[in-house]
Design a protein around this ligand. Structure first.
Ligand code: ZN
Length: 315
């Protein structure tokens, strides 16, 4: 979705990617406070949850209520993840603006996680597209096919770039409005980000791949962002405090830390629409709701540089 007066759009995924990797359940009221505060800080898009069965992810069982709340905030793009047709139905009923279905490029990973082959997942995508196309044009959510494990898989190891490209094309043929690439495992490097982004854009169209979901598992998250900017990526996922830290690398965050990403872009003069001071203050809400849970981020730890110019000026 395109927001005016913004160069780079940041999509906060802490409420989904972050909370799903923490056992503790954040109360609904805290989720609402978190969303309201980030939206007030200027974050244009928030992935507020996932429509998966409550017995699989009890942390996200209240996603419909969270969507309903987030929809009351003017101008905010409310995004959700759906694993299948049923999830998409629920997401549309709740009124989500953007629906992402993950398709794991590693078929081994797909079988293990959702017990579905690529062919079965693509059939699911077709059914969802049909459902969406039954709505009046102005009521249709953005339908993104998210290619997970696109940069490598913990089960299969390296992933052939030709497979990523072929699946991106298949997703578009089946009716997705756009595709995204996810570094689910934190394997991506800047050279690979450039190469794969260019290859997929060349296959599906420049405007059909605009967003990346990057992790910082091995410390190269922001380097990957710089590579992505070089090849025309304009939407980046990040999570406040990098919550949902990688269990295999203590002290390392999972997602890119929203605060560090905003600091980097803001200090370069790229408009994110986000007020950094206000964003940093949101951590208090998350800390209060998840006491003892580690929050990451270099910028929050070090503070802003003396006389920081605050590149962002409210429009
Ligand atoms: Zn992720």
């Amino acid at each position: 979705m395109h927001h005016p007066n913004i160069d780079i759009e940041i999509s906060e995924v802490g409420l989904r990617d972050g909370l799903q990797s923490i056992d503790r359940i954040m109360p609904l009221e805290a989720k609402k406070a978190w969303i309201a505060a980030e939206a007030a800080a200027g974050v244009p898009e928030i992935e507020v949850g996932s429509f998966v069965p409550a017995k699989i992810l009890p942390q996200l069982a209240d996603t419909a209520e969270v969507v309903a709340f987030a929809k009351t905030i003017p101008g905010l793009t409310v995004a959700v993840l759906v694993p299948n047709f049923r999830g998409a139905e629920n997401a549309m009923q709740a009124g989500a603006d953007k629906i992402t279905i993950p398709l794991s490029v590693s078929e081994t990973h797909s079988l293990k996680n959702v017990r579905r082959t690529h062919a079965q997942m693509l059939d699911e995508v077709s059914r969802i597209a049909q459902l969406i196309n039954g709505l009046p044009a102005d009521k249709r959510p953005v339908f993104e096919g998210g290619l997970s494990t696109a940069f490598g898989c913990t089960l299969e190891g390296p992933i052939a770039e030709s497979t990523v490209v072929a699946l991106a094309e298949a997703l578009m043929e089946r009716g997705c409005t756009e595709v995204g690439l996810s570094d689910t495992t934190g394997y991506a490097n800047p050279g690979q980000v450039k190469r794969l982004t260019k290859a997929v854009k060349a296959a599906v169209g420049d405007d059909k791949l605009t967003g990346l979901h990057l992790h910082n598992t091995r410390g190269v998250g922001l380097a990957n962002v710089m590579a992505a900017l070089d090849v025309g990526i304009t939407t980046l996922d990040a999570s406040l405090g990098g919550i949902g830290g990688c269990p295999f690398a203590p002290g390392a965050s999972g997602n890119i830390v929203t605060e560090d990403l905003v600091y980097m872009l803001d200090s370069m003069g790229l408009k994110t629409g986000i007020d950094l001071d206000q964003l940093l203050a949101v951590r208090t809400i998350v800390e209060g709701a998840l006491p003892g849970e580690p929050l990451y981020g270099f910028t929050p730890d070090a503070g802003l540089p003396k006389g920081y110019p605050k590149g962002y000026q409210p429009a």
